[in-house]
Design a protein around this ligand. Structure first.
Ligand code: NAP
Length: 255
């Protein structure tokens, strides 16, 4: 028996990184899984790599979470192809880092569009089904950067916005059997952080080693660390938890 037997989980931005690790976790616990990502071929390839439980299905869908028509069509496809929707993980993300005086309007808009508008549109499309069936779990990806990080005014504002978003939806949706929470990762080894290493002209190894020194557990995180926390918050064991943000950061925000 898996915790997500018979459930359908949708994870955005799941062709790679934290999203793919989370998709694998849901699959390993019995869920049918929809992988949404910008590029349909990458999403389908990732879906094909999932190890599914007997009777479970996976689908890869190309969708832009910041576009309402794309989101609505994707959620309807999930319901048609996988037979329902029970868990939504708003994971898709981008960074456009720069100091304020160099940050462009486009840098601001894309980060707000993917993280905040994307979470809004996806959750709104899913909640129509969740309220009808009086059951739904939403987990959004925030970040330790919500607390402030040089060069990330756009990303930090969006990730703190996510925390306000889940608190408000916790209040609005609890009575419909819907839990809404966030996970705020610290440094996780993915292509996103590898790209940051390249931008600051460090090798991936040196960048990760430096990040590991910045937290009490003295290692970087991996997608599996975040997947475990997301799966817990999306499980029925966490049905008395809503509106919360769980920091999964090796204690980096303690020091
Ligand atoms: P990642 O490796 O860059 O993966 C992000 C995925 O999101 C990519 O596949 C990307 O597709 C997709 N995506 C981007 N824009 C999209 C859109 N408009 N619609 C649909 N999909 C879109 O990132 P990650 O490191 O796994 O991060 C996942 C989440 O965790 C993000 O929300 C991030 O902000 C958050 N987070 C990460 C860290 C970390 O240290 N890695 C720390 C804190 C929080 P393309 O490849 O086509 O762009």
């Amino acid at each position: 028996m898996g915790r997500f037997d018979g459930r359908v989980a949708v994870i955005t931005g799941a062709a790679r990184g934290i999203g793919f690790g989370t998709a694998q976790r849901f699959a390993s616990e019995g869920a049918s899984v929809a992988i949404l990502d910008l590029d349909e071929a990458s999403a389908a390839d990732a879906a094909g790599r999932l190890e599914l439980a007997d009777g479970a299905k996976a689908v890869g869908i190309g969708a832009d979470v910041s576009d309402k028509a794309s989101v609505d069509a994707a959620v309807e496809r999930v319901v048609t192809e996988l037979g329902g929707i029970h868990v939504l993980v708003n994971n898709a993300g981008v960074t456009r880092d720069n100091l304020l005086h160099k940050m462009t309007e486009a840098d601001w808009d894309i980060v707000m569009g993917v993280h905040l508008k994307g979470a809004f549109l996806m959750t709104q499309a899913a909640q129509r089904h969740f309220t009808e069936q009086k059951y739904g779990k939403v987990v959004c990806l925030s970040s330790v950067s919500a607390l402030g990080n040089r060069g990330q005014a756009n990303y930090s504002a969006a990730k703190m916005g996510v925390q306000g978003f889940v608190r408000t939806l916790g209040i609005e949706l609890g009575r419909f059997g819907i839990n809404v929470n966030a996970v705020a990762p610290g440094f996780i080894a993915t292509e996103m952080t590898d790209a940051t290493a390249a931008r600051v002209k460090m090798s991936v190894e040196d960048f990760r080693a430096a990040a590991a020194e910045h937290n009490p557990v003295k290692r970087v995180g991996f997608p599996e660390d975040i997947a475990a926390a997301v799966a817990f918050l999306a499980s029925d064991e966490a049905s008395y938890i809503t509106g919360q943000t769980l920091y999964v950061d090796g204690g980096s925000t303690l020091v």
